[in-house]
Design a protein around this ligand. Structure first.
Ligand SMILES: Cc1cc2nc3c(=O)[nH]c(=O)nc-3n(C[C@H](O)[C@H](O)[C@H](O)COP(=O)(O)OP(=O)(O)OC[C@H]3O[C@@H](n4cnc5c(N)ncnc54)[C@H](O)[C@@H]3O)c2cc1C
Length: 275
């Protein structure tokens, strides 16, 4: 993803009105927040306003207001798959980074996780309840929202294999629940890449398993991940003419992000901080 926006005064005024509404609702609100503070690659200039919603009801009011006022919005999880422009984003960012991050057990084998929950914490909850199926996701940095959006996967596992339903919010603040057949999962994609909806929660249907086996599998996979891509690395993105040497470098290259191409990026906080 590559986001760049022009400044425009009417957008700033409307965004400020939205910020005030969010504050009245008790949400966390940031103004001129640098996106680089929220992206793994530590790049991205400021957004006009950033809001971390604490409840679906509040979010619904805010989304409705944004649509009425024609405010540009961007949804962001842990920013582990986003490249943002140095110019920043002239609009409002809804941040799901531990906000709206509850995980509940719905029945014997089903977990409901809200979009701000990290994939890692959902895996840990499944382990605690001896539920198998999400082991593959242990180690994928990012949130449930980001994971559903792009059908995250690793080691022959994919989110689509364990999703029972996804609830999303449209631009009018209304909720709709989708069955897997309606989500249009593809390799690293879903309907949400095109639909302009916000993912609110996902129900994961798992299977009763042996805690020892689940833990063993999670440890094995995180070990393999650390071997192939150390989590506490210092990463250097490459000039565009350079050959592909790592998935991270290639991401910067593919996005044609000039800032990233010359930058030496410090250990990405979100990647090291997997909780
Ligand atoms: C070191 C490293 C290793 C990785 N390994 C893997 C891997 O093994 N497998 C894999 O699949 N991916 C991997 N990724 C990519 C990344 O972790 C996943 O894409 C992850 O699912 C992104 O989640 P996020 O919360 O960080 O999303 P973000 O980066 O914040 O957002 C990504 C996209 O999702 C959208 N989005 C986020 N939340 C929502 C929401 N609630 N509603 C609607 N849209 C939303 C954003 O608008 C954006 O377009 C890796 C990344 C890194 C840096």
């Amino acid at each position: 993803m590559y986001y760049t926006e022009r400044k425009d005064d009417s957008m700033i005024t409307a965004a400020e009105q939205l910020a005030q509404l969010a504050e009245e609702l008790g949400c966390r609100v940031y103004r001129n927040e640098p996106l680089c503070e929220h992206t793994t690659f530590r790049i991205g200039g400021p957004c006009t306003v950033m809001i971390a919603p604490d409840s679906v009801e509040d979010l619904s009011k805010l989304v409705r207001f944004s649509t009425e006022k024609k405010i540009r919005t961007l949804t962001m999880g842990k920013g582990s798959n986003m490249l943002c422009a140095d110019e920043g984003f002239n609009g409002v960012v809804f941040l799901f980074d531990n906000s709206l991050g509850e995980i509940e057990q719905i029945d014997d084998v089903t977990l409901r996780a809200y979009s701000g929950a990290s994939l890692i914490s959902v895996c840990r909850k499944a382990l605690e309840l001896s539920l198998s199926g999400l082991e593959f996701a242990y180690g994928i940095p990012g949130t449930v929202g980001g994971g559903v959006y792009m059908n995250a996967g690793a080691y022959q596992g994919e989110i689509k294999n364990v999703v029972k339903s996804v609830t999303a919010m449209d631009t009018h603040g209304n909720l709709r629940t989708y069955r897997p057949s309606q989500i249009g999962f593809t390799y690293r994609g879903s309907r949400f890449c095109y639909s302009n909806e916000m993912i609110i929660s996902a129900d994961f249907e798992l299977a009763k398993g042996s805690k020892q086996d689940i833990e063993g599998k999670m440890k094995e996979l995180i070990g393999r991940r650390k071997e192939s891509s150390p989590l506490n690395f210092q990463m250097q993105a490459l000039p565009s003419s350079a050959p592909k040497v790592s998935s991270q470098a290639s991401l910067s290259k593919t996005a044609g992000c000039a800032a990233a191409q010359s930058a030496v990026l410090r250990c990405p906080k979100n990647t090291a901080d997997l909780s």
